[in-house]
Design a protein around this ligand. Structure first.
Ligand code: ACO
Length: 337
């Protein structure tokens, strides 16, 4: 195969979410909030929370990965590289990529690494994996997004502005070289703007102070996520349409050509704004935040997996993935399915 012409394609996709369903009504017993407030501001009705002793960031990813591999007709031993996107790794170090390798029982010393780009993490990871397949370095790359948020949220009235939004889950895809001319990942587009780093942040445990363990114990509030919600909203509604248009322009398409837009499930109001800005009908944009909340790096592959399962993406469709999140970072991928 001529490497300069080689595209990668998503040969398999799968997802896993923990069994425990936490509804908005459940949250009202833990903090001063209401189902109406949460649904009106975010669209979320329920989310999943992990079970301690059962779910880990790595084993949830493994569950999703096995489904993706099965769809691709492959086994874990076929995987040549792992790219793992998460902001909630099982350990501070090592990263979760190597833990996933172990979970899948992959004995070959294949490369495995983590990507830390929060809500944009999966699209960043996909783009990195795409480069390895395009150049011909690897043929089978596993890309996952997996998150356990619920163990790190301030589940009290103090933290309600953030904690009602996030949920746990995992999604995975298998990238392979495309055998169909003009199909697969057409292009990816990655951006960041570090001047907004503190607008959506978990500060601790940071490394840049003496005696950091003692410091963290005395400042435990900084272990919880902080979000300037209104500023995140303001930037998200600009960056999502921008990065989607960038992908369309590069490939000579217009927004009317999109068959399915899979946006990062940040907030239903953001998704609806993007839908309206791009002029897309309801059948051309996918939302499942109502059932899972915002699962950051896992949200795009979970949504993609459900869209495929539900038959809403067909061969030949033009599919756009887009994300925006902490950093700020934002990204898109345009795929001829
Ligand atoms: N239940 C009830 N009341 C609440 C809750 C809650 N869960 N959370 C906050 N409130 C209260 C606040 O205390 C405040 O009360 P006050 O007026 O008495 O002070 C009031 O509701 C309004 O609070 P705001 O923070 O100003 O609420 P806002 O209207 O900005 O909505 C939200 C917050 C939903 C986060 C909004 O800013 C938003 O949509 N931001 C976009 C960011 C986002 O969705 N991020 C998702 C994760 S990031 C990502 O994926 C890119």
């Amino acid at each position: 195969m001529n490497n300069t012409l080689r595209h990668s394609e998503i040969a398999g996709v799968g997802h896993y979410v923990p069994e425990r369903v936490v509804t908005n009504a459940d949250l009202t017993t833990l903090m001063d909030t209401t189902d109406e407030w949460i649904q009106e501001r975010t669209g979320i009705r329920e989310r999943r929370w992990f079970e301690e002793g059962k779910d880990t960031t790595a084993n949830m990813a493994a569950n999703a990965a096995r489904k993706a591999l099965e769809m691709a007709g492959l086994t874990p031993d076929d995987v040549q590289m792992i790219v793992f996107a998460t902001l909630s790794p099982d350990y501070f170090f090592p990263g979760s990529g190597v833990l996933l390798q172990r979970e899948l029982g992959i004995k070959d010393p294949i490369p495995a690494f983590d990507v830390r780009n929060q809500c944009s993490g999966f699209v960043y990871a996909l783009s990195m994996a795409d480069q390895f397949v395009k150049t011909g370095m690897y043929d089978t790359v596993l890309v996952v997004g997996s998150e356990i948020h619920s163990s790190g949220l301030d589940i009290s009235t103090r933290g309600r502005g953030v904690s009602v939004i996030f949920g746990d889950g995992a999604g995975a895809v298998v990238l392979r070289p495309s055998t169909r001319e003009g199909h697969g990942i057409l292009s990816t587009h990655l951006h960041s703007q570090g001047e907004h780093a503190e607008e959506l942040i978990v500060k601790e445990p940071g490394s840049n102070r003496n005696n950091r363990v003692e410091y963290v114990m005395a400042n435990e509030l900084d272990m919880y996520p902080y979000m300037n919600g209104q500023n995140v909203f303001k930037h998200a509604v600009v960056r999502f349409p921008q990065v989607i248009r960038e992908a369309l322009d590069q490939n000579g398409y217009e927004s009317k050509d999109i068959d399915m837009l899979i946006p990062h499930q940040a907030n239903l109001r953001i998704t609806q704004y993007v839908q309206q800005k791009m002029g897309l009908t309801d059948d051309k944009i996918f939302s499942n935040i109502q059932r899972y909340g915002n699962t950051t790096a896992a949200s795009v592959p979970i949504a993609l997996s459900e869209a495929v399962q539900e038959g809403r993406i067909k061969r030949g469709d033009l599919v756009c993935l887009a994300a925006f999140g902490s950093g700020f970072t934002w990204a898109s991928a345009l795929i001829k399915w």
